[in-house]
Design a protein around this ligand. Structure first.
Ligand code: FAD
Length: 471
């Protein structure tokens, strides 16, 4: 009998336990990917991310074809139709077992339960694996048996429980026996229209590209990561996030390669490398939060008191923020980077999110959705975690009175103003002494807007709103 692998957010061969187990269990292996534009859009997935997924499917298909595994893309109306679509595919083939890697979102879990019950009624053997993280979400618990809600003890436990065997991911795939049909990717109509402006050469598709990017970062930038990670013009981070978000590379692979250059140490050795591994653990932390506290997937804040915050709403300010026209050069440069690259530097994500939720006092959920709609690395758990951290509504969040001053952030992290000059070219002739907050006459001359708000007043307004909610 034959096996079916259902690809979801694991668009790779390496360190793909579902695929590996299918190969170990069957001489003939089929593969499917279910594509639903409606579902992707329902989850606010960005047009650029969908583009990236399609391009990665093409690369995945090439690799699977070399192993005699045809990839069939199936069009779906949404998660609710997946069970019957898989059932129909199985009915047409000689399949008796299915393999997939788990996804941990709430809607995904509901869909999977429906698929499992449908397939079990057909006597199909269902095999589920974890590829997204080192530990299954919810596995690491506090001494009281509760899920972690603070990062530092989570990380401690994460390291304490770590065994090097976890990184035993090497596997040589051997071609399977031929199936009498081909992949349908070439003829499949994704009905996809590009509406983003991102230069996709920044994000070449495929797991070979992901690996090359990882190794280049570790070779050239990782040692200096602690020093350079906050400086957006230096670009000292890995930019591996889009590949992790779509599963083109695994977190275990990232950790394994990082440990290789750090003598397999988590807490000593190169501080840049250990700091970088910490960031991968942050990713795992937020997936745990999403899994263990379902309220965050339902649009609710982690901190209950923050439901009482009276958010403002101004269409004009929201538009200025989205378009990179707030009159705060670092905020505008960051938002324009988002549109040009489908990606934003981490420091700037915090700056623009704090500006949005504190100075503008706008509901974090609006910013969270806008990010998802524009990020190539959109990942519900990390995005939600980042927004709730910045708005002080989340777990382990910034205290509500800690409000970044965007001008100070700009002078600290873009000292020479080079990042601003790159993304806000109308300011390119300004001296670094004034570029972070140009005087009125320079703004006029450069055709650059006045600030949309007063930093001091807006800061006090935010603190007051949080205080009232807390009282
Ligand atoms: C408001 C806000 C929204 C965010 N939205 C997302 C998102 O949708 N998708 C996403 O992947 N990350 C998100 N992040 C986290 C972080 O900004 C990005 O992961 C990082 O900028 C990606 O760039 P990189 O791959 O060069 O990171 P590196 O610095 O090279 O880090 C390596 C990897 O570690 C993980 N990582 C790094 N920082 C964080 C973090 N703070 N939280 C969780 N994981 C982290 C990412 O997977 C990243 O690829 C968000 C942060 C904030 C403050």
């Amino acid at each position: 009998m034959e096996a079916l692998v259902w690809f979801r957010s694991d668009l790779r061969l390496e360190d793909n336990p579902a695929l590996r187990n299918a190969f170990e269990n069957s001489e003939k292996v089929h593969a499917i990917f279910i594509f639903s534009k409606k579902q992707l859009e329902k989850h606010n997935e960005a047009n650029v991310k969908i583009d990236f997924i399609i391009k990665n499917l093409i690369q995945l298909e090439k690799k699977l074809t070399e192993l005699n595994v045809p990839l069939t893309v199936i069009k779906s109306d949404g998660f609710y139709s997946d069970a019957s679509l898989i059932g129909e595919f199985i009915d047409k083939k000689n399949i008796d077992k299915i393999f997939w890697n788990n996804q941990f979102g709430e809607d995904e879990a509901i869909r999977d339960r429906q698929v499992i019950s449908h397939l079990e009624s057909k006597n199909i053997n269902v095999n589920i694996f974890n590829d997204q993280m080192v530990y299954e979400p919810g596995f690491l618990k506090t001494g009281q048996g509760l899920p972690y809600s603070v990062f530092t003890p989570f990380k401690r436990k994460w390291i304490e429980n770590f065994e090097m065997d976890f990184l035993d991911i090497e596997y040589q795939y051997q071609s399977r026996k031929n199936l009498n049909y081909l992949s349908n990717l070439k003829d499949f109509d994704f009905n996809f229209e590009t509406t983003h402006q991102v230069n996709m050469n920044l994000w070449p598709a495929g797991e070979d590209e992901a690996e090359a990017r990882l190794l280049k970062f570790l070779d050239e930038k990782a040692i200096k990561y602690s020093k350079n990670r906050n400086d957006p013009i230096v670009d000292g981070t890995s930019r591996i996030s889009p590949y992790l978000a779509s599963g083109v590379i695994s977190s275990k692979k990232c950790i394994l390669e990082a440990l290789k250059i750090n003598n397999f140490e988590f807490s000593s050795g190169h501080i840049g490398v250990t700091k970088w591994i910490d960031e991968i653990v942050w990713r795992e932390f937020y997936k745990n939060i999403m899994f263990s506290f379902p309220k965050v997937s339902r649009g609710q804040p982690f901190q209950d008191y923050s439901k009482k915050i009276e958010w403002r709403y101004s269409e004009e300010e929201f538009t200025a923020w989205k378009e990179g026209m707030t009159g705060f050069p670092i905020v505008d440069a960051a938002m324009r980077q988002l549109h040009h690259e489908g990606w934003m530097h981490n420091r700037l994500r915090m700056v623009v999110a704090m500006f949005f939720t504190k100075n503008m006092l706008h509901d974090w959920r609006l910013g969270e959705a806008y990010f998802m709609q524009n990020l190539i690395d959109g990942d519900f758990a990390s995005n939600n975690g980042g927004w709730q951290w910045s708005s002080s509504t989340g777990t382990d969040a910034a205290p509500y009175f800690r409000i970044f001053n965007p001008i100070t952030q700009s002078t600290n992290f873009d000292k020479e103003g080079l990042f601003i000059k790159k993304y806000v070219p109308e300011l390119k002739d300004l001296d670094k002494s004034i570029i972070h907050n140009p005087p009125k006459e320079h703004r006029k001359y450069c055709n650059y807007p006045e600030p949309i708000l007063d930093l001091k007043e807006s800061r006090l307004r935010a603190i007051e709103a949080f205080k009232i909610a807390k009282s």
